[in-house]
Design a protein around this ligand. Structure first.
Ligand code: ARG
Length: 462
């Protein structure tokens, strides 16, 4: 096969064989074998196209397509022997094809390069991953909607600065999480449009001399369009970076939820109970029940943010066009995909089985002077300027703190010391229920509005 001393697919101009140290340093098959289905689909589409434009005979095209089908089955079944010395997934499959079908296999690489081949494989892989992620995001969003409905009337403290601020409903809090997830979903859908563009046909960097039909390939592989510039198409991985950016934001959201669940499940808060089957115990402290799922999700968020960072730095120094650096895109990308998928999947299972300790939530809201703003708003309605009302209520809170009681435990006379505008009807405003019910407009926390938001969401879902 070679006159020189190197039997690689590209070894013609080499006078010595590759060092084994170099082989293990530069191989990617140990991780890019994951792309085999995409690689085979891309090769089959390419072969069909070459046949269509008359570059490949019908018999050769048929042999290639069938040969690749057989190889895919073998890989599916774990019977394929991957070889490090063949470097990557592309050359492993092509070599095996040629071993099986001879001459025809050697014609497959006509008019393409591994540079446009790998860019195509990765785009297909990211597209399919997005589609898988959307399914589990939808499951999670539906679980949040159900939980919100179950807890539409449950009052809990809303926090700012992690200090008790105003009463909210647990359902409202769950709908807040869901909004975050829906934006993450929309970002992925939008990123998918930029992923779903076919680079094949760019060849190494400049295009090819063959009369290729790129639209035909795009259509077979389900791409929306073909890339406009070959240099750009083989070199940029911004679509993968964008995916990781979407995944990072999504993980930041999951991490924030995790932080809340970890707090809420401590005995001090006691707002929620996480199901035993998703918790672990301590090997030394018998009383412990640890919220491992949210802790791990919070921890794994760091990985995905790291994956994004790795890809950004990988790209920043690269001149056009393809550089081997890009081989390093796969591990962070796959890691981000696996991690975000695993976290979403476990949350989709966990969320429906969260039990809310309604009494604890209510007690915490009642204990934190969370209706102080309602008292101020009450005074404003009676004609006091808001700043004066704020001050008067501040003094009333100080009195309640001093007496170690709730605002609504102060007598009418005591309250009137702070403002003569206070009347008997004040108590209806400063109860938790009164406070919630008063926030009755779109986007606000009253049970009525939470139910309306859920109804709108269900209607949109169809
Ligand atoms: N394994 C390579 C990668 O992932 C495939 C492309 C190699 N191209 C090349 N000219 N060596 O980027």
């Amino acid at each position: 096969m070679t006159t020189g001393g190197n039997s690689k697919l590209w070894g013609g101009r080499f006078s010595e064989s590759t060092s084994s140290l170099m082989e293990s340093f530069s191989e990617s098959v140990s991780f890019d074998r994951r792309l085999y289905r995409q690689d085979i689909a891309g090769s089959q589409a390419h072969a069909r196209m070459l046949e269509k434009v008359g570059v490949l005979g019908a018999a050769d095209a048929k042999a290639i397509i069938e040969g690749l089908d057989a190889i895919r089955t073998e890989i599916d079944e774990g019977r394929f022997e991957w070889k490090t010395e063949l470097e990557d997934v592309h050359m492993n499959i092509e070599s095996e094809l040629t071993r099986r079908i001879g001459e025809a296999g050697k014609r497959l690489h006509t008019g393409r390069s591994r540079n446009d081949q790998v860019a195509t494989d990765v785009r297909l892989y990211v597209r399919e991953s997005i589609d898988d992620l959307l399914i589990v995001i939808d499951r999670l969003a539906a679980a949040l909607l159900d939980l919100a409905e179950r807890e539409a009337d449950t009052v809990m403290p809303g926090f700012t600065h992690l200090q008790v601020a105003q009463p909210v409903t647990f359902g409202h809090h769950m709908l807040a999480w869901r909004e975050q997830m829906l934006r993450d979903r929309a970002r992925l859908v939008d990123a998918r449009r930029r992923v779903n563009v076919l680079p094949l046909g760019s060849a190494a960097l400049a295009g090819t001399v063959y009369p290729i039909d790129r639209e035909f390939v795009a259509q077979q592989l389900g791409f929306d369009s073909v890339t406009e510039n070959s240099l750009d198409a083989v070199s940029d991985r911004d679509f993968a970076i964008e995916f990781c950016a979407c995944a990072s934001l999504l993980m930041v959201h999951l991490s924030r939820w995790s932080e809340e669940l970890i707090l809420w499940s401590t005995p001090m808060f006691g707002f929620v109970n996480l199901p035993d089957r998703f918790c672990t115990g301590s090997s030394i402290m018998p009383q412990k029940k640890n919220p491992d799922v949210p802790e791990l999700v919070r921890g794994k968020t760091g990985r995905v943010l790291g994956d994004l960072h790795a890809l950004l730095v990988l790209m920043k120094g690269q001149p056009l066009a393809y550089n081997r650096d890009n081989q390093e895109d796969k591990e962070p990308l796959f890691d981000a995909i696996d991690t975000v998928f695993a976290c979403l999947r476990i949350y989709a299972e966990l969320v429906p089985s969260i039990t809310v300790q309604r009494e604890r939530c209510r007690a915490a809201a009642a204990a934190g002077y969370s209706t102080a703003t309602d008292l101020a708003d009450y005074l404003v309605k009676k004609g006091l300027p808001f700043r004066d009302a704020h001050h008067a209520v501040g003094s009333a809170v100080a009195r309640a703190v001093e007496k170690a009681c709730e605002l609504s435990d102060l007598t009418l006379e005591e309250l009137r010391e702070f403002s003569a505008l206070v009347e008997e009807d004040v108590y209806a405003h400063i109860t938790l229920q009164g406070s919630l019910a008063a926030r009755n407009h779109i986007g606000a926390t009253s049970p009525v509005q939470v139910r309306a938001a859920i109804a709108r969401a269900r209607k949109r879902q169809g």
